[in-house]
Design a protein around this ligand. Structure first.
Ligand code: ARG
Length: 457
């Protein structure tokens, strides 16, 4: 029997019923739904909208239903949605008293509240997972602040950098993600109950009380908006999309750096996969999958934005389409952050290979130009002289660090003996000690700053 059967003579067709139902996915909201219902019933009792005793019996039964679902003795099935399921079960257990729960409430403000409770908890989980990812990045940075690696632009070796600076760069990205989730939590922590179907309620409800019981920061100020606002779902998926963007970059680096061609890092066996035909292969399936799943989360973002577009005020059933993209985003986000954290924990850093690579590709050419500029040559000229020096090296099959002082001086007599030291990989990385730069000291300060900001969450 439907909650809304009264107005109808006939039954809904099986096909329409199956199309309309949401229990198959919104059953995930059971705890949020029951928690919100207990708060609502408590408020109804306190405000004498429902006799106190009956309200208490409703709350007790809702607790029992929750326990039965969690213990697996009450299968969540056989209703249109989670709201009908819980109410139906309540009425089955306590008869007419159960029918009073829905006083001063509609499924519209109910589902809006359930979603907020659920998303709020999900934000807290996302924050915890991001924190542990950043902590792992920090550990890797701490252990590698003596290592030098190539820094890239356009995927071409650009300048030597400190390895800790590399890890810190990702910590910065995930710190911004943390911040976005935590700001969203404050913004979305608003209680819709009392908005009823769209226009509010004539019952003397105490919305502040319900808000307190559910731990919300504020009550919504416009019932039309409150029942149809799903901004927080879109924002969550956007935040998740940026986490995935950042993760996919880290994964791309991982795939490249662990290839034979780079050889900077090694994926541990327990996080690698093999090939069914090529016995020699050790494949980076996990980072590839994380990179791939990024597209799926972007799809959900586009989906929710399209769902919200052009909806007339107030509630429309289209809004039921917020759930599957959200649940899948949440699941994908959690599994990706968690698997990459585990992988990063175990990745082996080949410090010698990174150091060697850092010196290839004339990566200290900028240092030569900077050297000349420091010795009075205008930077534009210094750039051109160094360019010629690089061409000279290519012709002679030499590197900048294997040039003799005589060869340097063939190109400019501003070169002195100390240029031979300036073009070494370590001197190059160490020379850039501007705040946030590639020297070990700057990288250590960068790490300290990450730790400090992380502590806030
Ligand atoms: N399953 C619905 C949703 O997710 C619940 C609200 C239904 N409200 C209604 N008026 N049909 O949006």
């Amino acid at each position: 029997m439907k909650l809304w059967q009264g107005r109808f003579d006939g039954q809904i067709s099986a096909e329409a019923d199956a199309f309309n139902e949401s229990l198959s996915f919104d059953k995930q909201l059971y705890r949020a739904d029951i928690t919100a219902s207990i708060a609502h019933a408590t408020m109804l009792g306190k405000c004498n909208i429902v006799p106190l005793q009956e309200a208490e019996s409703i709350c007790a039964q809702l607790q029992a239903i929750l326990a039965d679902i969690e213990n697996g003795v009450l299968p969540v099935e056989g209703a249109e949605d989670i709201h009908s399921f819980v109410e139906g079960e309540l009425v089955k257990r306590i008869g007419d008293t159960g029918k009073k729960l829905h006083t001063a409430r509609s499924r519209n403000d109910q589902v809006a509240t359930d979603m907020r409770l659920y998303v709020r908890e999900s934000i807290d989980k996302a924050v915890e997972l991001l924190k542990s990812l950043i902590e792992t990045l920090c550990r890797r940075a701490k252990e590698s602040c003596k290592y030098i690696m190539p820094g890239f632009t356009h995927l071409r070796k650009a300048q030597p950098i400190n390895c800790a600076q590399y890890f810190n760069a990702y910590s910065e990205m995930f710190l911004r993600d943390l911040d976005r989730f935590s700001a969203l939590r404050t913004r979305m922590n608003v209680m819709p109950l009392g908005s009823a179907a769209l226009a509010g309620t004539s019952h003397p409800v105490d919305r502040e009380l319900t808000k307190e019981l559910l731990g919300f920061g504020e009550i919504s100020q416009n019932s039309l908006d409150a029942v149809s606002d799903r901004d927080f779902v879109a924002e969550y998926i956007f935040n998740a999309s940026l986490v995935m963007a950042h993760l996919s970059r880290l994964c791309e680096d991982t795939i490249l750096y662990t290839s034979d061609e780079f050889g900077y890092w090694e994926i541990p066996d327990d996080y690698s996969t093999g090939s069914s035909i090529m016995p020699q292969k050790k494949n980076p399936d996990l980072p590839e999958l994380v990179r791939g799943k990024t597209g799926r989360v972007y799809g959900h973002l586009t989906g929710i934005l399209a769902t919200l577009k052009g909806l007339p005020l107030a509630y429309n059933k289209d809004l039921q389409e917020d759930k599957e993209p959200f649940f899948d985003t949440e699941k994908t986000l959690f599994s990706c952050v968690s698997i990459y954290t585990a992988l990063l924990e175990k990745i082996k850093l080949n410090k010698d290979a990174m150091y060697r690579a850092a010196g290839e590709g004339f990566s200290t050419a900028t240092d030569v130009a900077d050297y000349l500029a420091r010795h009075g040559v205008p930077f534009r000229d210094a750039h051109a002289i160094t360019g010629k020096l690089v061409r000279y090296c290519i012709q002679k099959k030499k590197t900048l660090s294997s040039l003799t002082l005589r060869e340097f001086r063939l190109h400019s007599d501003a070169f002195q003996k100390d240029v031979l030291q300036a073009v070494t990989v370590t001197a190059s990385a160490e020379s850039r000690n501007s705040v946030g730069g590639s020297s070990a000291a700057a990288a250590k300060n960068g790490l300290k700053s990450v730790y400090k900001r992380l502590k806030k969450y």
